[in-house]
Design a protein around this ligand. Structure first.
Ligand SMILES: Cc1cc2nc3c(=O)[nH]c(=O)nc-3n(C[C@H](O)[C@H](O)[C@H](O)COP(=O)(O)OP(=O)(O)OC[C@H]3O[C@@H](n4cnc5c(N)ncnc54)[C@H](O)[C@@H]3O)c2cc1C
Length: 348
């Protein structure tokens, strides 16, 4: 049994706290947040704002095959994690859809050719009848492709379940200023010693990882009773990259802007108009949806937009998960926990 100090109670911190405490280690987590709850004020963990798309293949639109392969590895791990947490219903892997308006086939073809070149799983074209049968809520006549095995997760519920199930000592309102091998330095000057320290501070790790930057993302939660959308979808469009994620029978999340800025101020009119117009163009019934919440946050990213993971005796770091945190965290953390021989996220 090892003692472990974790800086950050976002996605990485909570998943690690759960995996490590489950393996019998003594875990303490430190975070400047007042408590474990989401606030939707642009200040809390990016993990709460995320739409929860788990779409490794669709991410190839802008990401590398390495990211897609890590994502595919995470998709193998999520069902076991969700099951063990007792929230299997918060994960759906029934596939996702790529959509394009006929006039935008050029933009779509660029993405499809990246998928083909990756040599990973392929997009299956759907006929008009197949699309109408699978997703009757969508505009008839759209070009559509199906990506088997992709899906969605409910971030807020998973964050709550990880906090509830991790047998850790949670220290709220406690910022960590430095993470070093075997120790965490608190903002009050105190130094806490552990066998292992894990840096999971997201953008908060910037003082020690100066290349980190925040990439602003804005999302809109929409209420539309009985909306009928089954799978998450992504619209391939020359200007507006949007996705729609069904959260429940009556709620969807629409995302997301991607702006090179660390501005945490509320959602702009421009983003709201663009996202909603593009979503309405593929799902006409959204005209009657009600705007339940507008939220924004910063994705922690490195210059190459690839994650940074580091393991040396007494010290683990996992950061720069950018727009793929929910997609990549299980595979990245599994690799780190196995390298350090501390734990495994599955029961093998
Ligand atoms: C708009 C938006 C949409 C997204 N959609 C998706 C999606 O659909 N699919 C997907 O896979 N990913 C998505 N993401 C990305 C995902 O949310 C992030 O990659 C993920 O949250 C990163 O996890 P993290 O634990 O590194 O950081 P975070 O989740 O941000 O957690 C960092 C934690 O560290 C704490 N902290 C900060 N400073 C300190 C300090 N000094 N000491 C101690 N603790 C500190 C913070 O309070 C926070 O709790 C989205 C992100 C955004 C913003």
């Amino acid at each position: 049994m090892a003692t472990i100090g974790i800086a950050g109670a976002g996605l990485v911190g909570r998943l690690a706290a759960w995996g490590l405490s489950r393996a019998g280690h003594s875990v303490e987590v430190f975070d400047p947040a007042p408590d474990a709850l989401p606030r939707f004020d642009g200040q809390s963990a990016a993990a709460f704002t995320a739409a929860g798309m788990l779409s490794p293949m669709a991410e190839l639109e802008a990401a590398s095959p390495e990211i897609a392969a890590l994502g595919l590895a995470s998709l193998q791990l999520w069902p076991g994690i969700a099951e063990a947490l007792g929230v299997r219903s918060c994960l759906a892997l029934e596939g996702s859809l790529l959509l394009a308006h006929r006039q935008d086939l050029g933009a779509a073809e660029r993405v499809l050719s990246r998928l083909r070149a990756s040599g990973l799983a392929q997009a299956q074209p759907l006929s008009t009848a197949q699309l109408a049968q699978r997703e009757p809520a969508l505009l008839p006549g759209l070009q559509a492709w199906s990506l088997a095995g992709e899906g969605l997760i409910h971030p807020v519920e998973l964050m709550a379940a990880l906090h509830a199930r991790a047998e850790a000592n949670w220290h709220w309102k406690q910022a960590i200023v430095a993470v070093e091998p075997g120790q965490l330095q608190l903002s009050n000057g105190e130094t806490r010693r552990f066998d292992w320290a894990l840096d999971a501070r997201g953008l908060g790790a910037k003082p020690q990882l100066p290349q980190l930057r925040g990439v602003r993302g804005e999302v809109i939660t929409l209420d539309l009773p009985g909306h009928g959308l089954v799978r998450p979808l992504r619209l391939l469009h020359p200007r507006h990259r949007i996705y729609l994620v069904p959260r429940s029978r009556d709620q969807l999340v629409l995302g997301a802007s991607e702006i090179e800025s660390e501005d945490r101020s509320p959602v702009s009119l421009k983003t709201a108009v663009e996202l909603m117009a593009a979503a309405h163009s593929v799902m006409p019934s959204l005209a009657e949806a009600r705007i339940a919440r507008l939220d924004r946050n910063l994705r922690p990213a490195l210059p190459d937009n690839h994650p940074h993971s580091h393991c040396e005796p007494g010290l683990l770091r996992l950061n720069g998960l950018y727009r793929h945190g929910w997609l990549l965290a299980p595979a990245l953390l599994q690799r780190l926990l196995q390298q350090s021989e501390l734990a495994s996220l599955n029961d093998e």
